[in-house]
Design a protein around this ligand. Structure first.
Ligand code: AP5
Ligand code: MG
Length: 190
């Protein structure tokens, strides 16, 4: 199985590039942000808990996220592999993902880091906020998300370097060039 972690700051293009990776490799896509937004839309208890945190740019607690991810993995059958979008976001989540995959005789194949300058992230997300109305795409919340990324999530780059899975991709510029770089990185790890 091909298990890809797509990684990067808010607005770095994880969702955009995941769609292209899914199309090429036929993988299942698990976006934890999408899962949480669906729960919010349904008005579930989990959704209410998530909304309060997402609106403030904060992370959902690790235990809860790991539980959600495990249930998504269990629900897959006959999968060719998974693209993990927005998970892991903390060292604890990275360790939990490795254990969950190892228990299934699997591992992460590659961690793809999309690197985009902060000024560009802000421009992209403010624009998306105007167009799609995603509740956390406003200047105040974006700033908090970027701080949380730098403090809690960016350390995962070194974690995955130590695990031999990290691939660096310049995440600004043409979508197709970025995608070609991602494909080359994935192929180098297969
Ligand atoms: P999540 O939904 O994962 O949001 P995020 O990480 O902030 O990232 P985005 O989805 O905003 O951006 P993206 O990287 O997918 O970029 P996109 O392709 O959309 O998480 C939301 C919240 O949920 C978190 O803040 C947290 O509270 C919670 N959460 C989720 N997972 C969690 C976890 N594991 N643990 C704890 N809490 C969790 O692109 C962005 C925009 O840029 C788009 O408009 C796109 O069209 C444009 N764009 C893309 N590529 C380019 C390009 N090359 N050039 C120009 N524009 C581009
Ligand atoms: Mg996304």
């Amino acid at each position: 199985m091909l298990n890809i972690v797509i990684f990067g700051a808010p607005g770095s293009g994880k969702g955009t590039q995941s769609a292209k990776i899914v199309e090429k490799y036929g993988l299942d896509h698990i976006s934890t942000g999408d899962v949480l937004r669906a729960e919010i839309a349904k008005g579930t208890e989990l959704g209410n808990t998530a909304k309060a945190l997402i609106d403030h740019g904060q992370l959902i607690p690790d235990e809860l996220m790991v539980e959600i991810l495990a249930s998504k993995l269990d629900a897959l059958s006959g999968s060719k592999g998974v693209i993990f979008d927005g998970f892991p976001r903390t060292i604890a989540q990275a360790g939990a993902l490795k254990s969950m995959l190892n228990e299934r005789g699997e591992d992460v194949t590659a961690m793809i880091e999309l690197d985009v300058p902060e000024e560009e992230l802000m421009v992209r997300l403010l624009k998306r906020g105007e167009e799609s109305g995603r509740a956390d795409d406003n200047e105040e919340t974006i700033k908090k998300r970027l701080v949380v990324y730098a403090e809690q999530t960016a350390p995962l780059k070194d974690w995955y370097k130590n695990d031999g899975k990290h691939c660096y991709i310049k995440g600004s510029g043409e979508l197709d060039r970025i995608f070609a770089d991602i494909v080359a990185a994935i192929e180098s790890k297969i």
